[in-house]
Design a protein. Sequence first.
Length: 363
Amino acid sequence: MNKKNLVFFLPNFTQGGAGQSILNICKNLSKNKYKIYVISLTENFYQKELKKYCKEIIEINARSSFISLSKIKFYLRNFDRKNTLLISNINYANALFTIYFKIFNNFKLALIERTPLQELFIYFGIKDKFKKFVIKFIIKYFYRFSDTIIANSKKTADDFSIFVKKKCMFIYPLTIEKILKFKKRSLINKRKITLVSIGRLSQEKNYEEILLALKILRNNGVTLKIIGNGAMKSKLTSVIKKNKISATIQKYTNNNKKKALNTGHIYICCSLFEGFPNAVVEAINHNIPIISSNNHGGINEILLNGKGGEIYQSGNSYELANKIKHVIKHYDKSLKKTIIAKNSLYRFSKKNIKKYEKIFDKI
């Protein structure tokens, strides 16, 4: 059997949802049907794990996705294009890949989109208004030339289908390996509460909003544990010390993550921009009540429009503080919401790999 070449591209394989999602896909794809390659521009945070499932992992020495295009094409020069599918995994790379590899070089191309359009355009508007204009133009007029667009939530799929005028599929991430048995948590002492938040220490994760909420609560027996790596560690540490907030930042490791999820009482997600918050799904699997901002493509689908957890207006630290007080006061009711969300976790299991394979096989 002639195996199909699947070439995944993500510019920066840092700790985060996109890299973890690609790892989960590569891990579960049939090795009898596919030869799997992963290309990145930087050191790959998940390289050790990916090596178990990939034929080759390639790090292209280039400063940007644009500069990397010719190098990637050179690497692919001996690949049979009829039997090779490129899979680009993030918005600005998707834009470049559509024009360069699909339109100019006629490669088969699948695009995976992780962020709803409104949030995506807000994000680029903050970072670079010209880049926002270019990305918006390319998405609207060129994405339709790709072979398929796959989103990680129904909201994101609906957004792109309308804007691009091409049907966009959605497949939930393969976040859950195994649904854990429900183990009821209890608040023996409501004056000793641990909040948990997991993710990259970057601007869009908006950790300062939780810190401000804790300042509003005047700590009051509530402690925050942040698990993550990133450039904002020193700034966040400074805010914590300056305001005498009861909070710690720990390096992201699987052990630190598991310990936090096993011992924490409430999980907080306050990102400004998020495609699909995998950490929220993991927290639900560990039976932790959730409080999340409303700025995520998949959050309403994960929390069943508030039936499975608390959702607050992003940017409103006072509402977040009140949500924390509410969950503490009504902890048993909050756990019941977690059970409702947990009963729907099968949607995010590794069984979704069959949906990916079905799409990849058709192209």
